[in-house]
Design a protein around this ligand. Structure first.
Ligand SMILES: Cc1cc2nc3c(=O)[nH]c(=O)nc-3n(C[C@H](O)[C@H](O)[C@H](O)COP(=O)(O)O)c2cc1C
Length: 413
């Protein structure tokens, strides 16, 4: 941590690689669910325009897949040349509001829904994916080389589409994160086994993306600190991975996350587990099984502000490079604390879904506590247009009981 860290404030402009951000708040990727055909829509543009107009310095477009089988499902943006024109409209709209645009690029690997994609999912090894009701293919040397060049190509398309920053997904057990996981990666070749081998694919992709786009845009990674289940990536190992990423020198910042979309999704979020709502989004043939195991799969964790801070602080201690604190930032004081603790930026997901204008409010000294109650019902809206059901209820939504402790909070806009 540099000597000047304690003097920094949330609302001052700050550098991220070649970029200058107007403040230190980044909208974290939250899958928007408004791209049914895998291309940019007006709804997607509006979603990010609102965030940009609300004061965040940069908004992250969630999850652009570098390959068809790497989509989470058919409603996921796919990085092909035909997508560039739409991406350009989106980034232009964000820029017009004075904010910057980041593209989260990735390959969902074992998290991909193979039946929706009509393409076999790829993972470190053969495994059953209940969501797509298919077995994954164990990546071979050809897949790894091809996906690496898919990342390069996808990254270049994002730059053509006007993005200022690229966030490489190294978390949540998407493909590169599943290679880091000792549980999912049980290979014995140069891509598995020791930590060095498990990290090889992620490091190769990060280096390739930087090589493909040069220094004109920022490149960051969203990295798991822990996978959140027995046998997953440990804190000790992810600290070492982060040190290697720092030494490799290809990244401008690391955003710290945790959890697994495959094995422990609630670890990402904390707060209430929307078991019933999530069940309703599944194909009929999965609902019966989900009713039985749903509360085990969506295991509940108590919510607290900045819930990843204790772990993230260990990365702050171990590394010199800029870090982005994420997870449970829904109060002005928490965001300020993150910056005071040496993080260059804070990233926010749910509080900005609840109210995209909260950053401007904070800057004006209003509403220092978000009205988000961490009911996590937004999770279940990702297939039909991601929204906060508390501020934007739709017919069919179950009523949400606002807990007593939150009764005084503003209910967004
Ligand atoms: C509805 C919803 C969708 C999300 N989609 C993504 C995604 O596509 N990619 C990703 O890396 N994280 C995704 N996340 C996780 C967020 O980026 C973030 O890590 C998490 O919400 C914790 O931050 P918060 O406490 O500020 O909400 C999603 C979260 C929510 C609530």
């Amino acid at each position: 941590m540099s000597q000047t860290d304690h003097d920094r404030t949330l609302f001052e402009p700050a550098s991220l690689g070649p970029l200058r951000l107007r403040n230190r708040v980044i909208k974290a990727a939250t899958f928007e669910g408004v791209t049914p055909d895998g291309v940019v829509t007006d709804e997607l543009i509006d979603f990010h325009r609102r965030v940009a107009a609300g004061g965040a310095a940069m908004t992250t477009v969630a999850y652009l897949s570098v390959a068809p089988e790497g989509r989470t499902g058919q409603g996921c943006l796919l990085l092909v040349p035909g997508a560039v024109e739409g991406l350009r409209r989106l980034t232009d709209a964000v820029h017009a509001e004075g904010a910057l645009a980041a593209a989260q690029i990735g390959h969902a690997g074992p998290v991909a829904n193979a039946s929706s994609n009509r393409a076999r999912s790829i993972a470190p090894g053969r495994m059953f994916n209940p969501l797509g009701a298919r077995f994954t293919k164990a990546a071979d040397e050809y897949d790894i080389a091809r996906i690496t060049s898919d990342y390069e190509r996808g990254a270049r398309l994002c730059v053509e589409g006007g993005f200022d920053s690229l966030e490489i997904h190294l978390g949540h057990n998407y493909l590169l994160s599943s290679f880091l996981s000792p549980k999912f990666n049980q290979r014995s070749d140069r891509w598995g086994g020791s930590l060095e081998h498990r990290a090889r694919f992620a490091r190769q992709v990060v280096g390739a993306v930087r090589g493909a786009v040069g220094d004109a845009v920022a490149v960051t990674a969203k990295l798991n600190m822990v996978d959140g289940y027995r046998g997953g990536l440990s804190l000790e190992d992810s600290l070492q991975v982060a040190r290697w990423l720092e030494q490799d020198g290809a990244l401008d910042a690391i955003e710290l996350t945790g959890g697994s979309s495959l094995a422990n999704p609630m670890y990402l979020f904390k707060g209430a587990a929307p078991v019933k709502e999530f069940c309703a989004t599944l194909p009929w043939y999965l609902r019966g099984g989900f009713r039985l195991v749903g509360s085990k799969f969506l295991r509940e964790y108590p919510y607290e502000e900045a819930y990843f801070l204790p772990m993230a602080s260990q990365f702050r201690e171990a590394l010199e490079m800029p870090l982005i604190l994420l997870g449970g930032i829904s109060e002005l004081a928490t965001a300020q604390r993150g910056i005071a603790e040496g993080f260059e930026f804070v990233a926010m997901g749910r509080a900005l879904l609840h109210d995209p204008g909260i950053i401007d409010d904070w800057q004006r000294g209003e509403h220092p506590v978000s009205g988000c109650i961490h009911c996590n019902r937004c999770m279940a809206t990702i297939y039909s247009g991601t929204r906060c059901p508390l501020v934007d209820p739709r017919p069919g939504d179950a009523p949400i009981v606002v807990p007593d402790w939150a009764a005084e909070r503003p209910v967004g806009v």
